[in-house]
Design a protein around this ligand. Structure first.
Ligand SMILES: Cc1cc2nc3c(=O)[nH]c(=O)nc-3n(C[C@H](O)[C@H](O)[C@H](O)COP(=O)(O)OP(=O)(O)OC[C@H]3O[C@@H](n4cnc5c(N)ncnc54)[C@H](O)[C@@H]3O)c2cc1C
Ligand SMILES: *[C@@H]1O[C@H](CO)[C@@H](O)[C@H](O)[C@H]1NC(C)=O
Ligand SMILES: *[C@@H]1O[C@H](CO)[C@@H](O)[C@H](O)[C@H]1NC(C)=O
Ligand SMILES: *[C@@H]1O[C@H](CO)[C@@H](O)[C@H](O)[C@H]1NC(C)=O
Length: 491
């Protein structure tokens, strides 16, 4: 039988989640003439992981902040340009890293640069190194990194002890920084294939503090207000069924909301985070998702990276400092670093200076990932402030520092509608699993005459080559919208 014959003229569409993937999908569908669309969003505002908060003199980004690959090839950059939003943004071209150690030393910038380049070259080539050394699927970034680092360290035998200790501490710091980029607990959790799957877009990273919420607003402008339902968490999705509406039409899907309401649909685009799918994937769907898909959800990597914003009365850093690196001289990349939550601050590798001062005041933003990142969400801001004040005293050797006026910590892990920050390729997963997660249901092979493309999967984690980013999320939303546009245009 030909399924297309059963297609309705104006299908009922539900988009779950009003992050950039969901908003992007709905926008594209509306511009292609689909009118019966509801976006169902759990929280009180759209945006998801695009979010800003008042802090100090201005607002700061809790989530996305950089355009990764600022060029015409990046749809986020392209849209930001079209909407004239790029004026306060600037390329981050190899930022000046100023490294302090816990022994009150300032590391030589040339040494810093050299070690940083060595480390990033190892990571960048990890999959090639793994190939040469015939590592298997199960090998992690840490396996490659540590093996290569051993060779490096051997070459540093001639260095005097202080310099050697600093370089080792710096390598360890760079590992933590990399974990922040990946939202990973440790490099041993991340597949060696991660940089083979993830594709950089041409162009620098563009620091776009404050841009993303404005861009999201622009995307929302084409969506009639009544099509966006806020404060409406979805509890369960009944699919592959036959549900009758008040006007006696039949729909294959019934979306049940926590408030007791329900919405019938022909197609659902799901854009909730992988963290939410991991937490609720077993119970969210009726019938259950195919085992393979559930397995992909459990195996794929998704971790927490949080930001710690600090506002000072006056700066204690030099005017041209862009990033302050914190090196613990007793650490080496080879020393086993089990998380010690009582010393969570050791997991903060860097603080970025947030500028310009005229707009933000004297702001730093630190990054933290792993168990420590989850842990600090439970601390009071006073605790965070006093620990970090001690930390800066220790590293600068100054007993009195300018007063810390304000602290803000993001809470991506305990946010029930995110449950972490973004995805990576874990040692238990592959790029193929991303495609598996993305495959619409019911599967083409088991269609059996049941309506096609009932459940479509979008969101950051479903984009194989640009996962973890806003452009990946947006492209994933557009991709799923296109699937439906294609389905209804090939009559
Ligand atoms: C700290 C941090 C820093 C980042 N930095 C960058 C960066 O610099 N550059 C970059 O490009 N990207 C960055 N990212 C990643 C980027 O923010 C995300 O990839 C992107 O915003 C994800 O969009 P999404 O639509 O896939 O998911 P989300 O934004 O998570 O949207 C999903 C939506 O679904 C809703 N939802 C969840 N459960 C339910 C439910 N049961 N019912 C109804 N609605 C539900 C959520 O509330 C949310 O609004 C960062 C992320 C974080 C957390
Ligand atoms: C990988 O899978 C094993 C076995 O299920 C599990 O113990 C381990 O925690 C997983 N590791 C990661 C990084 O997901
Ligand atoms: C969906 O419904 C069809 C037709 O009733 C059935 O053959 C198929 O097994 C169902 N699929 C699932 C995953 O329940
Ligand atoms: C964790 O850090 C605390 C405080 O410095 C220390 O007392 C404790 O021994 C450490 N725990 C482990 C397991 O190393």
């Amino acid at each position: 039988m030909n399924c297309k014959n059963t297609l309705k003229k104006s299908p009922k569409l539900v988009v779950i989640g009003a992050g950039i993937a969901g908003v992007g999908a709905a926008g594209k569908l509306l511009t292609h003439g689909f009118t019966d669309i509801q976006i169902v969003e759990a929280s009180s505002q759209p945006g998801g992981r695009i979010r800003s908060s008042l802090f100090g003199k201005s607002t700061v980004d809790e989530g996305a902040q950089y355009i990764h690959g600022a060029s015409g090839k990046n749809p986020i950059f392209q849209l930001a340009k079209e909407h004239g939003l790029l004026q306060d943004t600037h390329d981050r071209v190899d930022p000046e890293l100023s490294v302090l150690t816990n022994m009150q030393k300032q590391m030589d910038p040339d040494v810093t640069k050299e070690v940083k380049n060595l480390a990033s070259s190892i990571l960048k080539h990890a999959h090639l190194i793994a190939q040469q050394k015939q590592y298997t699927q199960a090998n992690s970034l840490a396996d490659v990194y540590l093996e290569e680092v051993k060779t490096l360290i051997a070459q540093w035998d001639g260095d005097h002890t202080d310099l050697r200790r600093q370089k080792l501490g710096l390598l360890s710091m760079l590992m933590k920084w990399q974990c922040d980029h990946l939202a990973a607990g440790s490099l041993s959790e991340v597949s060696v294939h991660v940089y083979e799957e993830y594709k950089h877009i041409e162009g620098h990273d563009r620091n776009s503090q404050g841009l993303f919420p404005n861009l999201l607003q622009k995307l929302l402008e084409i969506i009639p207000r009544e099509k966006l339902l806020l404060n409406k968490p979805v509890q369960q999705i009944l699919w592959n069924g036959s549900f009758e509406s008040e006007d006696n039409s039949l729909y294959p899907i019934k979306v049940l909301c926590e408030d007791g309401g329900h919405i019938l649909a022909d197609h659902v685009i799901l854009s909730i985070s992988l963290g939410c799918l991991k937490a609720n994937g077993q119970s969210l769907f009726q019938p259950r998702l195919p085992e393979q898909k559930l397995n992909a959800i459990q195996s794929m990597g998704f971790g927490t990276m949080n930001k710690i914003y600090l506002e000072f009365e006056a700066p204690f850093w030099d005017e041209n400092t862009e990033v302050i690196g914190l090196v613990w001289e007793e650490e080496t990349p080879l020393s086993c670093q089990e998380p010690n939550l009582t010393e969570w601050w050791k997991r903060v590798p860097v603080f970025y200076v947030v500028g310009p001062t005229g707009r933000y005041g004297h702001l730093l933003v630190g990054t933290i990932s792993g168990k420590e990142a989850e842990f600090i969400e439970s601390l009071s801001l006073q605790e965070v402030a006093s620990s970090l004040t001690c930390l800066f005293r220790q590293f600068t050797g100054r007993s009195s520092l300018p007063e810390l006026k304000n602290v803000f910590v993001t809470k991506w892990f305990s946010n029930p509608y995110t449950r972490g920050s973004y995805s990576h390729i874990s040692i238990n997963s592959t790029g193929d699993m991303i495609d598996l997660l993305t495959e619409p249901l019911p599967q083409a092979t088991e269609g059996n005459g049941s309506p096609m493309l009932q459940l479509l999967f979008a969101g950051e984690a479903t984009h194989r080559s640009h996962h973890s980013t806003t452009h990946g999320a947006l492209l994933s939303g557009w991709r799923e919208a296109e699937r439906l546009i294609d389905l209804y245009s090939t009559k």
